[in-house]
Design a protein around this ligand. Structure first.
Ligand SMILES: NC(=O)c1ccc[n+]([C@@H]2O[C@H](COP(=O)([O-])OP(=O)(O)OC[C@H]3O[C@@H](n4cnc5c(N)ncnc54)[C@H](OP(=O)(O)O)[C@@H]3O)[C@@H](O)[C@H]2O)c1
Length: 291
């Protein structure tokens, strides 16, 4: 069985993780909690030690579920399945967008609300310190200094080990880096979503991880994976005896040693396929075709 170390490792701040990780956003739609537990346990069993989450990854009932206490939170599914956590496990979360206790959606932009979201993540994950907090921006461009400084203060206080950004531009990465170290940038990126190709390379130069989301879903974004009809992808997949989704995922890992994968799934067989994609190696000709 291929394991998550097949694509090598990257060091996030002070902790080395396998480049093939796991995103937890797709765990919450399924009301069968045993499936989420199985997916998470299998991920770790197959060597995943970098998991992405957010306190607002919640069952599709959203506001209603939170209000009635019936919500399934990805953070709590992670805690139930994996705590006490192995020290090798690195859990990245994000703040900015969030859910108030009433279930209403918010964009935290004050130190008080950012702290409240950090504390919510600590509580739901059941930890004293968060490995990584990404400031998830809802607008690309503009100053983020105040919000990032508020998170840097929480890092100084010991509530957070490392900081990152999500949905950021290079200017915002550089602005944040002048305040505190930025260990990763998490932006949408896929074969058909390539706005941030230059940012992935610029991150490498700065020793910052570039962590794409929607590597499989691409332009379908939140709607999830759609059938892949692209000739180049389907022919490369056939040549390797894998699925087009695995090719899309593996392509991101070919974009630089600093690129980490966090494919999301609520399905154990998809999880196993995704981890197996860590072992795919494309020839220059295949990469040229995919590009
Ligand atoms: N920073 C941000 O703003 C942000 C935004 C979105 C997501 N994220 C993070 O990034 C992670 C990845 O994003 P994502 O989950 O939206 O997109 P993704 O990983 O590109 O794709 C997930 C979709 O692909 C399907 N899928 C996964 N593996 C598959 C396979 N081997 N074969 C066929 N279908 C497969 C999933 O459905 P099944 O469940 O049926 O497998 C789901 O519909 C998320 O889980 C989350 O942790 C971050």
């Amino acid at each position: 069985m291929i394991t998550a170390d097949a694509a090598g490792t990257w060091t996030l701040g002070d902790q080395t993780v396998n480049r093939m990780g796991f995103g937890s956003m797709r765990l919450t739609p399924n009301p069968d909690l045993a499936v989420a537990r199985e997916v998470l346990r299998r991920a770790v069993e197959l060597g995943v030690n970098h998991i992405d989450t957010a306190a607002f990854y919640v069952s599709p009932g959203g506001i209603l579920d939170v209000g009635t206490g019936a919500a399934r939170f990805a953070t709590e599914l992670i805690r139930a399945a994996l705590s006490p956590y192995d020290p090798s496990l690195f859990i990245a979360t994000k703040v900015g967008p969030g859910l108030l206790p009433s279930g209403e959606f918010e964009i935290a932009d004050t130190p008080v609300r950012l702290r409240a979201q950090v504390e919510e993540n600590l509580r739901r994950l059941g930890v004293d310190r968060l490995d990584l907090v990404n400031l998830r921006l809802t607008r690309r461009g503009g100053s983020i200094a105040d919000r990032f400084a508020a998170l840097a203060a929480l890092r100084d206080e010991g509530l957070i080990r490392h900081l990152g950004l999500s949905n950021a531009t290079l200017e915002q990465v550089d602005e944040a880096s002048a305040i505190a170290p930025v260990v990763c940038v998490q932006n949408s990126f896929a074969l058909d979503l390539r706005r941030d190709e230059a940012l992935a390379r610029a991150s490498a130069v700065r020793d910052i991880a570039f962590v794409p989301f929607f590597a499989i879903a691409g332009t379908s974004r939140e709607d999830g994976a759609s059938p892949v009809t692209d000739d180049a992808v389907t022919s490369v997949a056939a040549a390797h005896g894998v699925t087009p989704h695995q090719v899309r995922l593996a392509w991101t890992l070919h974009q630089g040693d600093n690129v980490l994968a966090i494919p999301g799934t609520g399905d154990v067989s998809h999880l196993e396929q995704n981890i197996a994609a860590a072992a795919l190696r494309f020839t220059p000709e295949e990469l040229a075709r995919l590009n």
